[in-house]
Write a protein that binds this ligand. Structure first.
Ligand SMILES: Cc1cc2nc3c(=O)[nH]c(=O)nc-3n(C[C@H](O)[C@H](O)[C@H](O)COP(=O)(O)OP(=O)(O)OC[C@H]3O[C@@H](n4cnc5c(N)ncnc54)[C@H](O)[C@@H]3O)c2cc1C
Length: 440
């Protein structure tokens, strides 16, 4: 039987588990729990310092008032801004690209210069091509040398995106449209060609009622030093996983994302419970290369070029210019509201047999966060606001890898000869707003 036919929602799951068994789950009352379902069998993560293969750093382009998506004039040209996606640039880009196309269609012109070759730039370029525009991308750097390639990544449409007190109804409407359109597009890209997958995410916790923060390996395992805004100040920075500054739906209205609570004996983690949610995972290096290929295949051109001032853009022949420069707009368009949120990921030797994400609290209190990709076991997920450094922080590497070593050493290995539990696409498609808690 498919394991998802057992239970689909956390609350129901938990109720069913408690009612169905004579033995209570009872852990909170100190009784012995009797597992009702066969235990999840997960391949062991081999975390150690000598398995480190690289550490990458990326700066998320954050604005307290959220992304900029609007059309302006630059002399005779139409200038469409599309930047400031913070921790959501892999998640919202396809939908934002449609909104960009609508601004472009209103001009009556057909030739477009897209500035920037990250996820927002490439997705906007593809949406424009799909609508018959002739598109050239101009960019100082191209994949793999973009922030987008440094992402985790997954469908995390709200991470560090906006301050609630700066939202406007117009911005909310753009956000919701971009999120819905992108979610639909990413579902169509699932498979090896684009490196987009449904993947189980486990949050090891002692609190079965813990809401949210799942779906991304940055999800918190409970209260601790990293809980909070997820935007630590300097001094080492905070790990992702606390309350996001983008609680775009109040928790009581947020649907559970096919949340399953696994009780004692049903999972291998060193906690009473493990909360399993489906994540829509993106392998950034496969995905970005595929977007570049598609863009070129549809007749697009890429020119390596850096622009220092808006006047430089006037030398372009295209009457429409789309600004997808991310943090580059801090200088190019003098947008001083932009602030980096530094991210840092450490990759260990890849383990193809590990096909899940997991996070939990290590015994020393550190947050262990693991995301399995074909290019490595990705550990950690820093969110350090205001830190412009592209240098890996050695203390963060030490802390993240040690937390992973300590946590995964306590995870029970699969039973000898047991079939490993595979990640599967969800039986019922989670709604887009159920991802509003996912961290990246
Ligand atoms: C550790 C980490 C984890 C993340 N995880 C996720 C996740 O799970 N899900 C998610 O949705 N997002 C995630 N993100 C966020 C995501 O990576 C960013 O939102 C996204 O990459 C921003 O894209 P961008 O186009 O703004 O920047 P980039 O990808 O850097 O692209 C900017 C482009 O503009 C060009 N450019 C800039 N200035 C100029 C100039 N003056 N002249 C010419 N070209 C210029 C650059 O060369 C580049 O081509 C993560 C980020 C990090 C760092």
């Amino acid at each position: 039987m498919n394991r998802r036919t057992f239970l689909t929602s956390g609350s129901l799951a938990f109720a069913g588990y408690a009612i169905g068994g004579c033995a209570t789950t009872g852990s909170s009352r100190g009784t012995t729990a009797m597992p009702r379902r066969p235990p999840v069998q997960l391949a062991q993560v081999r975390a150690s310092f000598d398995r480190i293969i690289r550490t990458t750093v990326g700066l998320r382009p954050h604005r307290d008032s959220g992304f900029v998506l609007r059309a302006d004039k630059l002399d005779a040209k139409t200038l469409i801004h599309n930047y400031g996606y913070a921790g959501t640039g892999m998640s919202l880009a396809w939908g934002a690209g449609i909104l960009v196309s609508e601004f472009a269609q209103a001009t009556g012109d057909r030739r477009v210069a897209v500035i920037g070759c990250g996820s927002p730039g490439l997705c906007a370029a593809r949406q424009l091509q799909r609508r018959g525009f002739d598109v050239t991308i101009y960019a100082a750097t191209v994949p793999p040398d973009t922030t987008s390639n440094m992402s985790l990544a997954g469908f995390t449409p709200t991470t560090a995106l906006v301050s609630n007190d700066r939202r406007t109804p117009a911005w909310d409407a753009q956000f919701l449209r971009a999120a819905e359109l992108s979610y639909r597009q990413l579902q169509l890209m699932v498979g090896q060609n684009y490196g987009v997958y449904w993947m189980d995410s486990y949050n090891a916790t002692d609190n079965p009622n813990q809401q949210g923060r799942g779906g991304g390996p940055g999800g918190a395992a409970g209260p601790g030093p990293s809980a909070g805004s997820g935007q630590g100040g300097r001094g080492g920075g905070a790990e992702a996983g606390g309350a996001t500054d983008a609680d775009l739906l109040p928790p009581e209205l947020r649907p559970n994302r096919n949340r399953e609570v696994l009780g004692p004996g049903e999972h291998p983690f060193p906690t009473k419970y493990a909360i399993r949610t489906p994540a829509l995972a993106i392998e950034p290096n496969i995905y970005m290369d595929a977007l570049v290929r598609d863009f070129l295949m549809f007749g697009g051109k890429i020119v390596i070029r850096k622009f220092d001032t808006p006047r430089d853009l006037m030398t372009l022949n295209e009457p429409i210019v789309v600004n997808c420069t991310g943090l580059g707009s801090f200088t190019l368009f003098d947008d001083k509201e932009l602030v980096p949120i530094k991210g840092q990921l450490t990759a260990l030797v890849a383990q193809p047999e590990v096909n899940y994400r997991a996070n939990g609290r290590a015994p020393n209190g550190g947050n262990a966060s693991m995301n399995s990709r074909s290019d490595g076991i990705i550990i950690g997920n820093l969110q350090d606001r205001g830190n412009w450094s592209l240098e890996p922080d050695q203390d963060v590497i030490q802390r993240n890898v040690q937390a992973a070593i300590d946590f995964f050493a306590l995870v029970r290995p699969p039973a000898p000869g047991a079939r490993l539990t595979r990640s599967e696409p969800p039986q019922t498609m989670p709604s887009v707003n159920s991802f509003f808690d996912a961290q990246s």
